[in-house]
Design a binder for this molecule. Sequence first.
Ligand SMILES: Nc1nc2c(c(=O)[nH]1)N[C@H]1C(S)=C(S)[C@@H](COP(=O)(O)O)O[C@H]1N2
Ligand SMILES: [Mo]
Length: 443
Amino acid sequence: MKSDVQEIGIHELYAKDPQNADKIVWDREVDPITRRGFLKKSSLLAMVAVVGSNIPFSDKMPSGFIPQAMAAGDKKFSIEGKEGLRILNDRPINAETPPHLLDEDITSGKHFFVRNNGQPPEKSKINPNKWTLEIVADKGTAKVETLTISIPELKKKYKHYTYQLQMECGGNGRSEFNPPAKGNQWSTGAIACASWTGVRLKDVLADIGLTQKAIYVGYKGADTHLSGDPKKPVISRGVPMHKALEPETLIAWSMNGEDIPYQNGHPLRLVSGSWPASVSGKWLKKLMIRDTIHDGKKMTGASYRVPCKPVAPGTKVPKKDMCIIESMPVKSLITFPKTGVSQEAGKPFEIRGKAWAGDLEVVRVQVSIDFGASWQDTNLAKPANKHAWQKFTTKVSLPIDGYYEIWARAIDSRGKSQPMVLPGWNPRGYLNNSCHRIAVQAV
Ligand SMILES: Nc1nc2c(c(=O)[nH]1)N[C@H]1C(S)=C(S)[C@@H](COP(=O)(O)O)O[C@H]1N2
Ligand SMILES: [Mo]
């Protein structure tokens, strides 16, 4: 059974074995001194995240010193503006949402997972009224080859749309792969569905007059490489033109009727629901109209690619046989009850959850209380709009006292079902859509 820890105490965090050793600062050597609570100087950013504000005199701080706010035993490591997330890394910040916190109809800002590849732009320097978006087109892909537009201009010039759009990291579920895959060891919580408001990317693109040569749109954000080197790219992914031109693909400034949370891309974000969330560029500064498949950072090599044909676990796959992930597969999550609860035997209780199927729709969600021997249908709601997740509810009753697992499986409009066990192994551990299960004790 997975542990149900929501927040990791700072001391446990030190002792944790690094999954991403090359990126974690303090996990490299866990010596008795670090256990007693000393940090390396380079973790200043982590300290700032913990104490929730700037540290004005940080330059005066002795190397390896821990602020009182962190040293206090009961203070948990947390991210400003977030609540109850399980933190995987502090630098860059990566944190996932426990399933029971995804029980809300739409994910609130404080529960929205965080996946940063670099260092977000400095918060105090973000001014939404002055923020500009630059559009640069490869030669011959558009009539207007460069355009710069501010957020106030975007808001004034184009019609506003609001959609519920689900976003799942391509590596969600990676922790279960065997042989293990390098990267953030997400369990089930790199998924969210919020209500986004902005303008349609297609309306903006219409103004620059695309030609037949325009086949891809890439993005660039204002975040910087962890090394501090401004020339080093962080991430620059994109989508093919047919996805860019979908009505639901937004350049958004608002989430759930408020400013987008800082860690999730304030003040401007590209939102392309249902595809790996890595195509939804945060702190959006630039869009590139490409005459070729976008070749920015993390578009090439093995990033966000899976073998074009299934391979045996552990296989070394040549680059040319790796294909870019597009729509994410069908998946579901049980969001109520919380794993580990007790229920009275013989008494029906409610099960709730969410299901999604990438560019398709979920047509059926079933649950099992007997390890998949039998399944019962649930009530499945229609999505609020394309790319929104769908709510399911049902009641189950556990016949006699004992240990049970509740499993859920969703089926998409093409008849594809979630697998019970880990699906196609791939070198980077993407697209794990195996069934979610929770433990329930009947008493
Ligand atoms: N500018 C920028 N955009 C980005 C990223 C990033 O590091 N920088 N991470 C991407 C990845 S890999 C994911 S999974 C999602 C995570 O979005 P969230 O942090 O709002 O949950 O943002 C994507 N967009
Ligand atoms: Mo991601």
